[in-house]
Design a binder for this molecule. Sequence first.
Ligand SMILES: [Zn+2]
Ligand SMILES: [Zn+2]
Length: 229
Amino acid sequence: MPTPIHPSPPVAVRPVRAEEHAAVAALTADVYLREGWADEEYAAHLRDVAGRAATSTVLVAVDGPRVVGALTVATRGGPMAEMAAPGEAVVRMLVVDPAARGRGVGRALVGAALDLARADGCRLVRLSTQPEMAAAHRVYASYGFRRTPARDWSPGRGVQLLTYALPLVPWCDQCGQALEDDGAHARCTAGRDLEPPRYCPHCRRRMVVQVLPDGWTARCVEHGTTTGG
Ligand SMILES: [Zn+2]
Ligand SMILES: [Zn+2]
């Protein structure tokens, strides 16, 4: 057989289809178990693709009919969005088939997750990762994710998780300051549940806020109206 002279084509990324749940379950659990990132109990949780697809978005990278990578992204809260405040997305369970490494699969999956979070109006993306997941850390850093050490935590099982965050908009909608320093906005995060936004997160203009009996609207002259409450 001659060596192919063309590089492998790029993979396509899209939401998982029901008939691919088993392939995603096997790939995710196999990679986590082989790398020592999960015990059998957590692997059983990783295999519940239908469960997480019901409350969040499971994205797959496909090479023709073959699933070569997957991740989960929660953009609207729910059980998969652990540790996230309203308006924050969470990326979880990124895996790449070892046979498909070096083809940008992880980067394509994370990029698609960020696009989805932006489309759903999220202001920030968070994730937790294990110290040994070096390839994933490189992908996160390439998109500008920064470490948030004050939020590092342990789910038990002797696992210590490192946390990262990436702001998707430049400005905090509560205080109008730059959003990049995560720790500086703890009060804004707490207040966001109760208060309408004061500043447009895209341009930092003061919002025109109307409080109504059943919620509020906040309008930026350039970026339009947000509703909530
Ligand atoms: Zn703030
Ligand atoms: Zn604006």
